[in-house]
Design a binder for this molecule. Structure first.
Ligand SMILES: *Cc1c(COP(=O)(O)O)cnc(C)c1O
Length: 390
């Protein structure tokens, strides 16, 4: 049984899940709406954001990159400076507080790059939850440092050997665990994907990125940027950045997917650029699938973008053309990673390196008068092994 009409962004979203999960999704939605309206909860969340996550994160003028790309003004929103190294903790902290409110004792999660797994293991240590993180064998190999971090934080890392041994399979296993243990367990989904209310709730927890950035940008520049660029895996850092600017019609919003070895080669992870609508992990959205609706294997050098689906709100924003979606290859992302590291002394994660490459392309088009804001979603220490020799 499913309830596909509930929680839609235009045609997209819904709740395509087993009936056994419907009560838990309903409870989560109710608790989230209560918490949002509760001043005490908001104060508590703000306190954890300040003292634990390290917010507000700075707005940074990337002057040497700006000069390199012909003079357009490029700014970074520094989510790489969040505790644990990426924007993921914004969501994990919020959902941990909701799990406390629901009286749950155990938390589970899926992870690809390991960044979400680390964020969840971190909040479980901080708030005292039992923790299990599902991760594909292939990702455990690519991101062994994050596996060690999770274990030191006290989490059980559950190895997933099914399918392509990456994020898609880890997510399926986590959903299976949740179906079995739903009474005691909260499932922290790591992006704006999955059944309602996750896409909306995770967006609301991540929109702090764009809310802060909009105010910071206006106070520095007195006006808004011409273009805002963010990478899109499931889409949480991008939605978190874009939401505050959706009504600013003169601000171009660009989401950058992973083209892997090139969208034409079929070895990529660009769901919005190269996929079509279908159901994956509980919601209706753009998906990489073959003619029979079988999910296709994906490829990206960046584990955090290596996922065949995308959040339903992005599908809506794509069709309505409010956001433009493009794809950038592994090769271009690695070059941008190295360029940013050398010119700014900031080592970006491979995920936002895709956005950095596209910012260079747009900066050259704009020329010296252009103004570009990039969501630097995370830091790149975890990717050093992947970029060496490329
Ligand atoms: C996980 C991750 C992403 C991709 O996830 P979104 O939900 O699309 O934001 C991007 N950047 C970094 C640094 C990540 O860790």
């Amino acid at each position: 049984m499913s309830h596909p009409e509930h929680g839609r962004f235009g045609a997209y979203g819904g709740q395509y899940v087993p009936e056994t999960l419907m009560a838990a999704l309903g409870e989560l939605e109710d608790v989230w709406h209560e918490a949002k309206a509760d001043t005490q909860f908001q104060l508590e969340l703000a306190g954890h954001r300040r003292a634990f996550v390290g917010r507000p994160t700075p707005l940074y003028a990337a002057t040497r990159l700006s000069a390199h790309f012909g003079g357009a003004h490029i700014h970074f929103k520094r989510e790489d400076l969040c505790h644990t190294g990426a924007h993921k903790l914004n969501n994990a902290v919020g959902q941990a507080l909701l799990a406390l409110r629901m009286g749950k004792k155990r938390i589970i999660a899926e992870t690809g790059a390991g960044q979400h797994g680390v964020a969840v293991a971190t909040v479980c240590a901080r708030f005292g939850f039992e923790c299990a993180v599902y991760m594909g064998t292939e990702d455990m190999r690519r991101q062994s440092m994050n596996v060690r971090r999770m274990k030191l934080l006290g989490a059980e890392v559950v190895e997933v050997t099914a399918g392509t041994k990456t994020l898609k399979d880890a997510t399926s296993e986590a959903i299976r665990d949740w179906v079995t243990n739903v009474g005691t367990t909260h499932y922290i989904i790591g992006s704006v994907v999955g059944p309602h209310p996750y896409p909306e709730m995770v967006r609301d927890l991540q929109r702090v990125i764009g809310d802060e950035a909009r105010e910071q940008y206006l106070s520095v520049d007195g006006k808004l940027p011409d273009a805002i660029i963010a990478c899109v895996g499931g889409g949480s850092n991008a939605i978190g950045m874009f939401t505050a600017f959706l009504d600013d019609k003169d601000v171009a919003l660009i989401g950058v997917e992973a083209a892997g070895e090139g969208v034409r080669t079929g070895r990529h992870a660009a769901s919005l650029v190269g996929g079509r609508p279908g159901v994956l992990h509980g919601s209706y959205s753009y998906v990489l699938q073959d003619g029979d609706g079988q999910i296709l294997p994906t490829h990206s050098i960046s584990a955090g973008l290596d996922y065949p689906g995308v959040g339903p709100e992005h599908s809506f924003l794509r069709d309505s053309e409010r956001v433009q979606y493009v794809a950038v290859t592994d090769k271009d992302a690695v070059a941008a990673f190295k360029l940013c590291t050398r010119l700014e002394g900031i080592m970006p994660a491979l995920e936002p390196s895709h956005a950095l490459h596209h910012a260079g392309v747009m900066a050259r088009e704009f020329g010296p008068g252009g103004r570009i804001l990039i969501c630097l979603s995370g830091r790149g220490d975890k990717d050093m092994d992947s970029v060496e020799g490329v």
